[in-house]
Design a protein around this ligand. Structure first.
Ligand code: SF4
Ligand code: SF4
Length: 319
């Protein structure tokens, strides 16, 4: 049977999806030990010397980040006048070799969104033009963050007076800049804090007090994003995540990528299943045949590969 004659086959057990879910579940506990601290009331601060090279293992209590995540570590270093060459080099190399596999298989906030989107029977799609425009929002978030914080790092090293003035002007933003933009911050810091305060006070009244207003707005904002994620998979990853904005330009050239075999694929009109199941809304059928990364948006979740009835999606050769 020639490749052109390969017919659509029914798919059995979704082995890739099950494997990915297991890895995501395990990563949920391993990647950010804030969870372990929270569940077991353990103190891992003694390990911080060993974990510095793996900043995503830092908890929100760590002195090395003011939050719980990769980008938090990076921004925290910049604020303190350091340029984390090693960290950026490691992330860059990781992105170049494996694209956004972290987003697809490890990131706990991605996992939560995947679980939520599993609640709806059918994924909704945003129109192509709107999707393309909205994917730029995360770039703007990152540019604004860096634009505000790089001068702070400069003043830290060169001008103590300006540093003090600028820090005062930025307020809490100078201490934990990613707090309003980070889903991991919401899950691992804001959300547990708010739930804890509701339990401690047996009331929600404190949510509406003046000093808590910003945090409460964030809380409800993220609850809305969670609700949207049920119908629009990976909504935060696609449109808002500043880490995605940082890794995307490198992931675009990732060696690890998928390709579509033209001899097997009958195209969008006759099939198009890959695009309809892609949580990142990658226009797979508009991408080149020798390999695609969706401009760095592909998270290598392999949904398209697993669901393609013609086995037309494979890993591309790196060189
Ligand atoms: S690559 Fe996409 S359009 Fe082509 S056969 Fe597979 S699922 Fe269908
Ligand atoms: S292109 Fe395929 S592997 Fe990449 S995000 Fe979309 S479904 Fe997942």
């Amino acid at each position: 049977m020639s490749e052109q004659q390969v017919s659509a086959k029914s798919k059995g057990l979704p082995v890739i999806k099950i494997s990915r879910t297991i890895i995501q579940f395990l990563s949920f506990f391993l990647v950010n030990y804030a969870i372990l601290e929270f569940i077991f009331k353990a103190d891992f601060s003694a390990l911080s010397d060993f974990l510095r090279v793996l900043p995503f293992l830092h908890s929100a209590d760590s002195a090395w980040t003011a939050g719980a995540g990769l980008l938090e570590y990076l921004l925290h270093a910049i604020i303190n006048g350091k340029f984390p060459f090693l960290f950026i080099g490691l992330i860059g190399a990781f992105g170049l070799f494996s694209g956004r596999i972290f987003c697809g298989w490890v990131c706990p906030t991605g996992f939560i969104q995947d679980l939520l989107s599993g609640l709806s029977n059918e994924d909704a799609k945003i129109s192509m033009d709107t999707d393309r425009s909205m994917k730029k929002i995360k770039n703007v978030v990152l540019i604004v963050l860096l634009g505000l914080l790089i001068p702070l790092g400069y003043y830290f090293n060169n001008n103590a007076n300006n540093y003090a003035d600028y820090t005062a002007a930025l307020g809490m933003f100078a201490i934990n800049p990613l707090a309003p933009f980070s889903f991991s911050e919401f899950f691992f810091v804001t959300f547990p804090e708010i739930i804890q305060s509701i339990i401690d006070n047996a009331s929600v009244a404190q949510l509406f007090e003046e000093e808590n207003r910003f945090r409460t707005i964030l809380f409800f904002g993220y609850i809305i994003i969670l609700g949207i994620s049920v119908y629009y998979p990976r909504f935060y990853c696609k449109y808002l995540c500043p880490y995605a904005a940082a890794i995307k330009p490198i992931s675009k050239y990732s060696f690890l990528r998928l390709k579509r075999l033209p001899t097997r694929c009958p195209g969008r009109k006759e099939c198009g299943i890959c695009e309809s199941v892609c949580p990142m809304q990658v226009r797979i059928l508009d991408e080149g045949f020798d390999g695609f990364t969706g401009g760095g948006e592909c998270t290598l979740c392999l949904e398209c590969m697993e669901k393609c009835p013609y086995d037309a999606i494979k890993f591309a050769k790196p060189f």
